[in-house]
Design a protein around this ligand. Structure first.
Ligand SMILES: [Zn+2]
Length: 437
């Protein structure tokens, strides 16, 4: 069975409509968590759900659930993603997964009603709060609270750069709820790849089998502030010179491995006092190291720590390096991968197994329930920018696959009897401190 043309047309119409909410000059969107633009896309979601008579629930951290219940009291298969975005972001990241989930759910609902059957699980579409972590860090907030990996009260107290707390921001847009979360028995998410493997291989679907090992290094370089003109060169203790060398070390270390085996960047860099006539006294920077192999990240980390230590000795500056936001490899259940492959074969869609380098709500959910994560192609692999693009045909192919995956999951095809072994133990899970998607 496959979805009708009217379902795919309705999906595309909704997708392109939601892209107008918070639209930017160059075809992107800017809908950071709990802003007025986020409120507008949430209102659209709520109206869509209410118009179809589905039950809408909003929990204490702003996650939105649309419940379709055929079997009163039975747990729910959740399907969804996030409607929030990075600043000046693309219109596909997250939004595609939520809107595809709504239309897949409606299609599944029609089939169940037509057949008069009573599947073992109900279905709920979810819009997770603050996946991006742009305005409020950490990222993957709503799903991590739901999975018990982050504390709700602690997250409600997180502030943005203006000092506004998550709880107050949610109140101000009217989306801090008090509803109970539906009991989840499984989770499925579809997302753009944000890489170029599927495009390069002309493959329509990626069945995500695992997530990369990642870690960050928090680095503080302490020099001494002095006059840029009056201080002799020999007397300068310039924190920015040392920090700049570290930025290059973080890039150069990738050369010790095969191409693309290790990816790294310094994404944050703060200079103090940042005055044109003062030799910088302090630089704070954050390096992000990611690889599919834990050993690669650990080897790179070790080398960087040694080189930074040597630099500290040679320059006479104090340099502190701290490990944080360590995320182990996570593996998605084999039964979910096989389900995606079966669905793809039935629909005549091409599929390959793939890893994710980016964080996703599905990685949090996979620590508590069996989870399916699917990718569709991203043009040129670009994401978190306005140039992000995926064709209508690729989006519809993904919607078709997601619909069949959801249909299979409500019939218990991924039921694991409540085991938690899929993502590994909670204490090795997502860390709350400063994690970023
Ligand atoms: Zn996303």
């Amino acid at each position: 069975m496959t979805i009708s043309d009217s379902t795919s047309d309705a999906f595309l119409k909704d997708f392109h409509y939601v892209a107008t909410i918070g639209a930017t000059a160059n075809n992107g969107v800017d809908r950071q968590a709990a802003t007025d633009e986020d409120r507008q896309s949430r209102t659209w979601f709520a109206d869509w759900v209410n118009n179809r008579g589905y039950q809408l629930r909003i929990d204490g951290i702003g996650n939105m659930f649309a419940l379709i219940e055929w079997n009163p009291g039975a747990p729910f298969i959740l399907v969804g993603s996030h409607l929030d975005s990075q600043p000046l972001a693309g219109r596909f990241d997250g939004a595609y997964g939520v809107i595809a989930a709504l239309h897949a759910a409606e299609e599944v609902d029609q089939r169940i009603r037509n057949s008069g059957s009573k599947p073992p699980f109900n279905l709920a579409v979810v819009n997770w709060f603050n996946e991006e972590g742009a305005r409020f860090a950490p990222s993957i907030m709503g799903s991590s609270v739901s999975a018990g990996l982050m504390d709700e009260q602690q997250m409600l107290a997180v502030t943005d750069l203006q000092g506004t707390a998550v709880g107050d921001a949610l109140d101000s847009i009217g989306f801090r709820g008090t509803d109970e979360r539906p009991t989840a028995a499984g989770y499925a998410e579809i997302h753009i790849e944000q890489g170029r493997i599927l495009e390069r291989e002309k493959t329509q679907l990626g069945a995500v089998d695992g997530s990369w090992y990642t870690q960050k290094l928090d680095i503080e370089v302490i020099g001494e502030q002095s006059h840029t003109g009056a201080t002799a060169m020999a007397d300068r203790h310039d924190a920015l010179i040392a920090a700049s060398k570290i930025v290059l070390m973080v890039e150069n270390v990738t050369g010790d491995f095969e191409a693309e085996q290790l990816v790294s960047s310094v994404g944050q860099f703060v200079v103090e006092p940042n005055s044109p006539i003062v030799v910088p006294r302090r630089v704070h920077l954050v390096a992000d190291l990611r690889s599919n192999e834990k050993e690669v990240v650990e080897t790179a980390r070790g080398k960087l720590k040694d080189e930074i230590e040597e630099l500290a000795q040679a320059s006479g500056l104090k340099i502190a390096v701290k490990d944080f936001d360590i995320r182990p490899n996570r593996y998605f259940p084999e039964s979910g991968l096989e389900l995606q492959e079966k669905v793809a074969a039935d629909l005549g869609l091409s599929i390959r197994r793939i890893q994710t380098m980016a964080g996703h709500d599905s990685i949090a959910m996979n620590t508590v329930v069996p989870t399916v994560m699917m990718f569709i192609p991203s043009a040129d692999g670009v994401s978190h920018c306005e140039r992000e693009f995926t064709s209508d045909d690729d989006m519809v192919a993904g919607l078709r696959a997601l619909t069949e995956v959801a249909f299979a999951m409500i019939h218990g095809e991924l039921d694991d009897g409540g085991s938690q072994e899929y993502g590994g133990p909670h204490d090795g899970g997502l860390r709350t401190e400063g994690s970023q998607a």
